[in-house]
Design a protein around this ligand. Structure first.
Ligand code: NDP
Ligand code: NDP
Length: 314
């Protein structure tokens, strides 16, 4: 038991990332059933779809689960109402300020966690009254901090300066990395990329296959002027690099990005023209397997590495 397993009422301090187009009810309920905390990624869901996924998640697990809401979402109030109406107990907010919505959610008895990529916003989240923060380092896939702070530098800084529990994210896909994050001061970890390549994720099989094939250096942080995002190298990514090196304006970059690029790549499987959001750790992911096996593998490695700490010599 630690502060994170206690806060959520879960067995292992492993939280699945609420990733757009990848984290539907199937993934969230499987992670919760395997002892972690599953999150439905609502950023890509229209209100009716979110409602449907929450109801299906409840049918498929009696364990705690939550919903991730990017605060940039165009129909935010509708999502918040759905969550309150359907009695969801845990919400992770991201991509925006936690100031307004934390109090609304907490007044409704909801546990609130906010995702940030630096100490400044982690402190602001604590002041806003959240129950925990996710501190997400530069290695993470998708939306990312502009300051490029790595998980190794972020976690000790945030955990030393906050009183609430800290969940480490970015570059974590194994028991070794989980143990390292907890030694740095985290109370738990959030894992995204490894769960994209689970059998239960709603990512298109073409995208899962690309993640498994990814090698060192195949993901990069890009579109910093627009919204910093870590992408997998593909034809669309090359177009972004060319546009950036030409010095294209923000308007030109948004035109190139267009609408629904992420859906096209990650959900519909267009691996050339779609936007493929994935973490740096994808180079170490070698297979697609069920969630239960992924979590067992991580926990077995975590325990075996923990028992070896005393052997470290200098
Ligand atoms: P589907 O509605 O296509 O369902 C997939 C299969 O699962 C169907 O055969 C369905 O049967 C079955 N199913 C549904 N509920 C259960 C259950 N409780 N137990 C066993 N089987 C079940 O896809 P999803 O349910 O995955 O998604 C629903 C909608 O959400 C779709 O429109 C999909 O496109 C969208 N979606 C959106 C995501 C996003 O990030 N925006 C992510 C994932 C999905 P039946 O239809 O008979 O219930
Ligand atoms: P785009 O503007 O390119 O497209 C919007 C996408 O969101 C479309 O694919 C659309 O689906 C879907 N969508 C779901 N609900 C709505 C709604 N109420 N109004 C309009 N569109 C909706 O955005 P992105 O795909 O880049 O990002 C979508 C959302 O996800 C944003 O809110 C963004 O902040 C968030 N995001 C979250 C990330 C995370 O991991 N948590 C990472 C990246 C983005 P359709 O095509 O079916 O119309």
């Amino acid at each position: 038991m630690n502060r994170i397993t206690q806060l959520f009422g879960i067995k292992y301090p492993i939280i699945q990332g609420g990733m757009i187009w990848c984290s539907g009810w199937k993934l969230a309920s499987s992670v919760s059933n395997a002892g972690g905390l599953g999150l439905i990624g609502s950023g890509s869901m229209y209100p009716d779809v979110l409602r449907d996924h929450i109801l299906k998640c409840k049918q498929n697990t009696d364990k705690p689960f939550g919903v991730n809401i990017p605060l940039l979402y165009p129909d935010l109030d509708h999502h918040i109402q759905t969550i309150i109406d359907l009695d969801v107990k845990i919400v992770f907010t991201s991509a925006g300020s936690p100031m307004k919505y934390t109090s609304i959610l907490k007044e409704n008895g909801i546990i609130v966690v906010h995702v940030t990529s630096n100490l400044k916003f982690a402190k602001k989240s604590e002041e806003a009254g959240v129950d925990a923060v996710v501190s997400e380092g530069f290695e993470a896939g998708g939306h990312n901090g502009k300051e490029e702070i790595t998980t190794l530098c972020l976690i000790p800084n945030v955990s030393e300066n906050l009183n609430i529990p800290v969940i480490a994210a970015g570059g974590i896909a194994s028991g070794k990395a989980m143990l390292a994050a907890m030694i740095l001061g985290a109370d738990g970890v959030q894992i995204g990329s490894r769960f994209v390549t689970s059998e239960e994720s709603s990512a298109h099989i073409n995208f899962k296959d690309e993640v498994v094939k990814a090698k060192e250096g195949d993901t990069m942080l890009s579109l910093k002027q627009l919204t910093a995002v870590r992408l997998l190298n593909n034809k669309f990514y090359q177009q972004v690099i060319e546009a950036e090196s030409r010095g294209d304006s923000v308007e030109e970059l948004s035109k190139l990005l267009g609408r629904s690029r992420a859906k096209r790549g990650m959900f519909e499987g267009d691996i050339d023209e779609g936007e493929l959001e994935i973490g740096q750790v994808s180079s170490m992911i070698a297979d697609i397997k069920p969630v239960k096996e992924i979590i067992e593998e991580i926990m077995n490695e975590f325990e075996s590495q923990k028992s070896k700490i005393g052997n470290i010599q200098f």
